[in-house]
Structure formats: structure tokens, C-alpha cells
Design a protein around this ligand. Structure first.
Ligand SMILES: [Zn+2]
Length: 365
């Protein structure tokens, strides 16, 4: 992580309950000595807030805050979008698999905030494409859709999840097993896709805005749009059987699906690196979306600008160091209820019930 220079001053109080957290205004602080660390930066300036008396340091504003291996974040980012599995990364760096998983979750939370902070707050200025990327959590008895909303520029505006019931051709033994699992853990809500699409489009398209959305002929999409009566949504459909060429109106979503499967070990067919929890898959999708929007060219052959630059949201392509340059705090930007639940790890895995770990740390949020 970049080291704060001598002239660096804390931008706001890191205590979310302090008035100076969201609106620093005339915030006052004072220096309070140094502390020594085993890893760089070895000498860290400490501060105290004059308003709430909270102690903090320059490290509090670093994405490596409270990490034992802060230098792992950047290589981990590359490997997570380079199709490595967590245990493969752990072996490379000589770490426990759980350490890599925790850092992956931190990266996911950071990228979720980064994605929300960069997303245009007004109406999208380009046609959008909506698609459900089919994958599963825990076992193939628990499929879910990653709903993606992608612009014609290939910019990923947002995503969310919708639980599904296992379908397709099942052998009698599989049908019995599905019935047992559903009796023990319940069934996904039959309108989960409609609810999720309504949340996703409602988050990206503000009330009163007009937008064109292309999608396949999924029956839940028109139902979701009908409930967003305060948005003017022009819905156009294309059969999912149409050839998936660049001329297909769904090409941005088809390409996003290809890239997501190509870049993520957890979404490969017949893999043992599948996501054990939907929450983990969502964190990895956030990392992938930041990579897609701000680092990766729209076309590999042309080596052109990433989608965020093409849309004018960024002046130039970012590097991983720039993505990780500063820590983002969840209370300093408005978050929709779904994004907040995802950030704090509250997306449940039905099969695990109460055993799902949430993100409940007080300081290293
Ligand atoms: Zn304070």
C-alpha cells in the first residue's frame, strides 16, 4: 500500500459515531506520538480526535488496516481475477487457506464500496442489458442466479443474487434428495428472481429516469419492471437461443458472462473450487466488476480504455495500487439495503442456516 507522506493529514474522524466522520468541516485533531510495527511502514503516526477522543493512526486509512499480511492484497486481487482458487493462492504465499479467505472478503467489501462510489448516481446514459448468470453455492442442489446489469459500454452497473430451486432432468434419487433438503432447509421464494431484479434495477435507475433495458425472454423481468412504475423502462427482448455474436443486442451481458466464468475459479464447470457460500461468490463478483470497469480494456485486441474511462467516470485506467489506495468506510456513502447486507456478510446460505458467519468486527470494517 502507498505510504502516507509527511504532509499527509487525516481527512476525517474514522469513528462512525463522531460528527466529524461524515462532515469533517472544521474537524480538529492532534498528533499523539508514534508506534512501531514489525512490517512496513514501521513507524506509524498516531492521532486523537479532539471531538470524540478516538485514537487512530495513519494506518486507519489504509486498506491494509489491521492485516497481518497487508502486502497480500494486491497480488490477491490479480489472482482472484486470474482464476486461482483460494487454496492455490494459500500454497503460493505459504499461508493458511482461512487467511486468504479473510483477505478475499476484505477485498470484496472494499470493491463493493468502490463499485457503488463510482456508479453514476443519475440515470444511465446508455442502454442496459440484464442477464442472470447461473451458478450454485454449497452443492448443485442450491443453484442461484447472479443478476448482472451491464451497459452497452460493457460497464457493470450492479449485480445481486436470486436463489433458485434445482431444476432440469433429475434422477429419482436426486429428486428424493432434493425433497429431503427442501424439507430440512426450506425452498427458495418462488418470486426470488422478480424481487432481485426489482431491487437491482431500482438501485441503478433512479425514480423518474428513463432507460432502455435489453434482456432475454425471462418471465420474471416484465413483472419486476411493472412494479417500478415511477421509472420509464423501455424493455426489449431477444431470444436466448439467438447466436451469441457481437451483433446480438445481449452481447454486453453474454461477454460479461464469458469473462466472469473465465476469470473466476468458483464458476468453472465441474470444479471443486465452487463457492461454498453465495456471500463468497458475491464478494468475488464485486472484485471482478471493479476489475472489469476500471482495469480491463473493453477489447483485448484494441487495448482500448476500460468501460469507466469510456463513460467519462475516470480520467484514465486504474492500476491495482490505485484501486487499493485508500480505505473506504461503509458509513460515508449511501448504501442500498441489499448492498449493506452484502457488505456485512448477511446474505444467508440456506443449507448452513445459523452457521453462516457475518462481518461483525467493530474497527476493521
Ligand atoms: Zn471523532
Amino acid at each position: 500500500m502507498p505510504r502516507p507522506c509527511r504532509s499527509w493529514t487525516p481527512p476525517f474522524c474514522p469513528n462512525p459515531r463522531c460528527d466529524s466522520h461524515g462532515a469533517p468541516g472544521t474537524w480538529r485533531w492532534k498528533r499523539k506520538g508514534f508506534y512501531e510495527r514489525l512490517r512496513g511502514p514501521r513507524r506509524v503516526q498516531r492521532y486523537v480526535c479532539r471531538c470524540c477522543r478516538r485514537n487512530f493512526s495513519s494506518q486507519t486509512f489504509s486498506t491494509g488496516y489491521w492485516l497481518k499480511h497487508p502486502r497480500l492484497l494486491a497480488p490477491l486481487f490479480h489472482r482472484l481475477v486470474g482464476c486461482s482458487a483460494l487454496r492455490q493462492i494459500a500454497r503460493e504465499f505459504g499461508l493458511a487457506h482461512s487467511s486468504v479467505q479473510r483477505q478475499c472478503e476484505r477485498l470484496g467489501r472494499h470493491c463493493l464500496l468502490r463499485l457503488e462510489a463510482l456508479r453514476p448516481q443519475g440515470a444511465p446514459t446508455e442502454p442496459l442489458v440484464l442477464d442472470g448468470f447461473r451458478t450454485f453455492e454449497h452443492s448443485q442442489y442450491w443453484p442461484f442466479d447472479l443478476n448482472l446489469l451491464v451497459g452497452a459500454s460493457h460497464y457493470v452497473y450492479g449485480f445481486n443474487d436470486a436463489e433458485l430451486r434445482r431444476s432440469g432432468t433429475l434422477r429419482p434419487a436426486q429428486r428424493t434428495r432434493r425433497a429431503e433438503l427442501e424439507a430440512a432447509h426450506g425452498r427458495p421464494h418462488p418470486e426470488a428472481t422478480r424481487r432481485a431484479v426489482e431491487e437491482l434495477v431500482g438501485r441503478v435507475v433512479p425514480p423518474g429516469a428513463a432507460v432502455e433495458i435489453q434482456s432475454d425472454e425471462h418471465g420474471a423481468y416484465p413483472q419486476a419492471f411493472a412494479r417500478l412504475a415511477d421509472r420509464r423502462i423501455q424493455h426489449r427482448t431477444t431470444s436466448s437461443k439467438a447466436s451469441r455474436t457481437p451483433r446480438n443486442p445481449l452481447f454486453p451481458a453474454n461477454l460479461a458472462d464469458l469473462l466472469l466464468r473465465h476469470a473466476s475459479a468458483n464458476h468453472k464447470r465441474e470444479t471443486i473450487a465452487f463457492s461454498k457460500r453465495r456471500q463468497g461468490a458475491l464478494y468475488r463478483t464485486a472484485i471482478w466488476a471493479v476489475w472489469r470497469n476500471t482495469l480491463k480494456s473493453r477489447s483485448e485486441n484494441r487495448r482500448d480504455d476500460p468501460p469507466a474511462v469510456a463513460l467519462g467516470l475516470l480520467p484514465k485506467r486504474l492500476g491495482v495500487r490505485e484501486v487499493l489506495a485508500e480505505r473506504l468506510f461503509p458509513w460515508r456513502q449511501p448504501l442500498s439495503p441489499w448492498v449493506e447486507r452484502c457488505y456485512f456478510g448477511r446474505i444467508p446460505t440456506r443449507r448452513l442456516g445459523e452457521r453462516c458467519r457475518q462481518h461483525t468486527l467493530r474497527y476493521a470494517v
